[in-house]
Design a protein around this ligand. Structure first.
Ligand code: HEC
Length: 158
């Protein structure tokens, strides 16, 4: 392979960044090195490789290794995390116009005031008819985050 060309730079980038498309990278290298292989065809394959690279980029750790992604409960943000969890999972049934169980969770203050009941209900097992949401427990990470928010002082300003 010629030294210092853009092809070399591209291949270096390709090899360093794409752990999961090693086959593609190897094929590309081989094609660029083959004396008789029309270089133009190898170059035409680059866009296909880029698409593949991006597909790999979006694979998540859990799918690739079967290990759950760690749940980050440090430095929780109410506005960026807690609010969204409660809005998406609870507010459909606990809002200003329809407050199931007479519980309206649409305001920040209601979420703070009712935290003990919220944690009680979200911590119940799927088999418990009182578990919230009614469809079954949220992900364990969501539950851990709500508990951590309580333990970190129930701030609604960060
Ligand atoms: C599909 C509708 C639905 C969703 C979604 C839902 N709830 Fe409920 N919730 C209810 C109904 C109906 C009741 C009343 C029956 C009962 O107490 O189980 C209730 C009751 C409750 C109560 C007891 C209120 C009281 O004082 O008696 C709490 C606390 C609660 N929900 C919290 C939550 C939380 C937190 C979420 C989200 C993680 C949630 N709910 C999601 C329907 C829902």
């Amino acid at each position: 392979m010629p030294k210092g060309t853009w092809e070399e730079v591209f291949l270096k980038f390709h090899l360093n960044h794409v752990r999961f498309s090693q086959i593609a990278a190897t094929n590309l290298l081989t094609m660029l090195n083959l004396k008789r292989f029309p270089r133009v065809i190898a170059l035409l394959l680059i866009p296909a490789n880029i698409v593949w690279m991006q597909a790999c980029y979006y694979d998540n750790e859990q799918d690739l290794y079967g290990v759950p992604a760690p749940c980050d409960t440090l430095n929780l943000s109410y506005t960026a995390e807690i609010k969204g969890i409660l809005t998406n999972n609870c507010q459909g049934c606990h809002n200003n116009t329809s407050a199931s169980g007479n519980l309206n969770l649409e305001s920040d203050s209601a979420r703070v005031t009712n935290i003990a009941e919220i944690i009680d209900r979200i911590s119940r097992p799927a088999s418990d008819p009182l578990v919230m949401p009614t469809s079954g427990p949220m992900s364990s990470c969501n539950i851990q985050k709500i508990k951590a928010w309580r333990n970190q002082g129930l701030s609604i300003t960060n």
